[in-house]
Design a protein. Structure first.
Length: 150
């Protein structure tokens, strides 16, 4: 698998409860643009419309060679999931404080473009600070161990 885009802000701002992989309904120029790595997941999220889940505010840059047949960069894109997965996610999203956040976009070995979507709960400021402290402490411990092994 080749990872095309990662949503680092989502990993910082949300507590990930569960992840799943979904296909994305794209047009031809979008596929070519994603293969070039011209996709941004910043500020994007999953939304429910008419019993289906859509990826909203995901920016896929226009493909230069497509000229007049190009796509709209910020259009809503349908996520391809099984009906039972959608029903389960709808039930969980309606709980208080849970949302659907895209974590990364990757291309499978067969050439399919997939989005890893997470069911997440927003972190509070103090939780974000705790996460940063833990990460810094672990980094210092690894550096000290590496230093002593030399």
């Amino acid at each position: 698998m080749k990872t095309v885009a990662v949503n680092k802000a989502a990993l910082h701002n949300y507590q990930i409860l569960e992840t799943l992989e979904a296909g994305v309904s794209l047009v031809g120029s979008e596929v070519k643009s994603v293969r070039e790595g011209r996709v941004s997941l910043k500020e994007s999220y999953g939304d429910i419309k008419d019993g289906e889940i859509y990826l909203v505010k995901c920016h896929i840059s226009p493909y230069k060679a497509a000229n007049i047949f190009n796509h709209e960069p910020l259009r809503d894109r349908k996520l391809l999931l099984h009906r039972r997965e959608i029903r389960r996610l709808v039930g969980k999203i309606q709980e208080r404080g849970l949302t659907l956040v895209p974590i990364k976009v990757h291309i499978t070995d067969k050439g399919r473009i997939k989005v890893e979507v997470a069911l997440a709960r927003g972190k509070r400021e103090y939780e974000k600070r705790e996460t940063i402290k833990k990460r810094d402490a672990e980094r210092e411990i690894r550096a000290e161990i590496k230093k002593r092994l030399r």
